[in-house]
Design a protein around this ligand. Structure first.
Ligand code: M6R
Length: 610
């Protein structure tokens, strides 16, 4: 939820920390702060609101020094004020934290009874007090942090600096992400890769329950439970730093929408063989016998990833004869759904860090369930907890509103459905050939669609002041209607509902009047006639229509006040191409309204708390 960064090296680090925080700001933007050891003293600057406020504070009141930590906050405990902003410091110690300390209250009471005075309402501040208490007993910084974090329950990634031991940073994690970046004479700590990618591609992904002592000349990692040193496993990241820049686009969201043809091609790359009519997914680590032994499949996810999972259900039913339960992770983890060794659970997550998805997956795993994941961020917690992972290779997604994550997840689920269909012996060569070439050609169709933005601008001009909108779809396009509504809500703050088109007459049609536009997904598919009837029902009640129709289908186009054409693609490719109008309607509406498209209010990119 929050973003954290640390640096130790030869260079003045205020700028390095701020640049890292710029890359992390998507994780939270309620406040920001840095603490640097400057001339043997701890210097802290914090500011409420966006990072820009901290930058202005630093311009007025700069700090020097070559060891420091930084934080950008999504508020959980305590309002978004300056005194709740991280870093939290006590004595010479400063701490930044991402996560939630569930037992902070009893610790806080104990510390207050021992004479400590608290300056914030945060759960984090107890960590600073615990470390400082240990330091006052004469314990070295590494051990002081080790003993402090052993007392914590919940989730944390923390980085600690101490002006009295200025050549060391201590980082520790439990159920919140943390990566070390290795350089020459300088090392980094961050919540995720893009924050430090411009400095190094050499990364170490810390395991849960480990603590790293980071110095200029190297890092040592130990288990928190028994302080035993564990090997440092270095990975080289292939992402280029420019992927984490806007590249001339007005917003990251627009850039990421436009990256989708390439991103989908990357998801397919090396996995599709048109010669052998095969999908190669060795990373699943699953044999044909193991597949045959399965009795049920769950797909578990949150938000946009859940919508992708819903599309996956249609694909698996059609292609593999499997009907997975597609579940919201926050619900499934508290249900007693029967699962055993013959169950497969597929976790879908862009970040690989979503707390509910991770918890649902771990819970299933503890019951002997086989766990696969579809994930974008390499070595994130969800893939690390999985038996096999299908990486989507979408590249970093910075905008809070998910776009290329969705289309690449849909492409990955399509591959999985084809793979399972082949294992189940259900797909003949002709079907396989048609499916694979449809998938391979999807990127070109998406590319072509991205050349035209007039209908979206028209829709945005006409309806950006609407108070409410509806999105209708049927079959595999029902989840697209949900996704269109979610995108619009989160970035334009216009209330929106996605519905299965056939469900309208069971209640929601009462919402229709001339002020409530309805987006209808009505391309030529098996549901075309029925959706057109649903469209007419809305129209007959005075509801304005924005219709998504197949190119050349002028009759359907004429049914909408605004018509958005999409290429004539095979039916199972429609969810991929229909993702674009859903995203672009929301984007242009929000841009017209002038909202903060990439960092919408109240949201954070990775939801690493429950
Ligand atoms: O990283 P994940 O895919 O697990 O994230 C799940 C949701 O938090 C995410 O899709 C969220 O709904 C997006 N903001 C939607 O645009």
């Amino acid at each position: 939820m929050c973003g954290i960064i640390g640096y130790i090296g030869p260079d003045p680090c205020a700028q390095i920390l701020v640049q890292g925080l710029q890359k992390l700001e998507y994780r939270g933007y309620d406040s920001a702060g840095i603490a640097i050891v400057d001339g043997g003293q701890l210097q802290t600057r914090r500011a409420r609101g966006k990072l820009m406020n901290l930058i202005e504070t630093l311009a007025r009141d700069p700090i020097d020094g070559t060891v420091g930590i930084g934080h950008t906050r999504w508020a959980t405990h305590g309002g978004p004020t300056e005194h709740n902003a991280h870093p939290h410091s006590v004595g010479s110690v400063a701490v930044v934290h991402n996560g939630i300390i569930e037992n902070y209250l009893p610790i806080k009471r104990e510390l207050i009874a021992a004479g400590h005075t608290f300056k914030s309402e945060t759960d984090t501040e107890v960590i600073a007090h615990l470390v400082w208490q240990n330091r006052q007993r004469g314990i070295g910084l590494e051990q002081a942090v080790m003993e402090a974090v052993r007392r914590l329950e919940g989730a944390y990634s923390v980085v600690v600096v101490d002006a009295e031991e200025p050549d060391t940073l201590i980082a520790a994690r439990l159920a919140s992400p943390l990566v070390l970046g290795l350089g020459e004479g300088r090392n980094f700590v961050a919540s995720d890769i893009p924050a430090i990618l411009s400095h190094t591609r050499r990364m170490v992904f810390l395991d849960d329950g480990t603590l790293a002592t980071v110095r200029r000349d190297g890092v040592v990692v130990r288990r928190i439970s028994d302080a035993v040193e564990v090997p440092v496993e270095e990975r080289t990241i292939a992402w280029s730093p420019s992927l984490a820049e806007k590249g001339g686009y007005k917003h990251f969201m627009l850039k990421e929408i436009h990256e989708q043809p390439d991103a989908v091609a990357n998801t397919l790359r090396g996995r599709v063989s048109l010669e052998r009519l095969a999908v190669d997914l060795p990373e699943l680590q699953m044999s044909a016998e193991e597949f045959a032994a399965l009795s049920q499949v769950y797909v578990v996810a949150c938000g946009t990833s859940w919508h992708a999972g819903m599309v996956g259900r249609y694909l698996m039913e059609d292609l593999a004869g499997i009907s997975p339960h597609v579940e919201l992770a926050s619900e499934l983890r508290y249900r007693r759904a029967p699962m055993d060794e013959r169950t497969l659970i597929i976790a879908v997550s862009q970040s690989g860090e979503t707390a509910d998805t991770l918890a649902a997956l771990k819970d299933a795993k503890a019951r002997g369930v086989r766990v696969l994941s579809i994930c974008n961020v390499i070595e994130a917690s969800i893939p690390r907890a999985s038996d096999g992972t299908l990486y989507t290779h979408a590249g970093p997604e910075i905008s809070v509103a998910s776009t290329k994550a969705f289309s690449t997840q849909v492409a990955a689920l399509h591959l999985l459905a084809l793979h399972f269909g082949r294992l189940a012996g259900r797909l003949d060569d002709d079907t396989m050939r048609a499916e694979l070439s449809g998938l391979v050609r999807a990127a070109a169709s998406m590319e072509r669609m991205l050349q035209h933005d007039e209908p979206y601008l028209q829709a945005a001009r006409a309806w950006h002041e609407a108070r409410s909108m509806l999105f209708l779809g049927r079959g595999a396009l029902y989840p697209l209607a949900l996704e269109g509504a979610l995108k619009l809500k989160e970035i334009s703050y216009i209330h929106a509902e996605g519905y299965a088109a056939g469900e309208m007459k069971h209640g929601p049609i009462a919402l229709i009047d001339e002020t409530v536009p309805t987006v209808v997904l009505a391309p030529r598919d098996a549901h075309h006639d029925k959706v057109r009837s649903n469209l007419q029902e809305v129209k007959a009640r005075g509801g304005p229509i924005i219709v998504i129709h197949t190119e050349g289908d002028e009759e359907t186009a004429a049914m909408g006040g605004i018509a958005i054409p999409i290429p004539d693609v095979p039916e199972r490719i429609l969810p991929l191409v229909c993702a674009l109008p859903m995203q672009l309607i929301a984007y242009h509406m929000a841009d017209f309204k002038g909202t903060d498209v990439d960092q919408p209010r109240n949201l954070a990119k990775s939801v690493t708390v429950e």
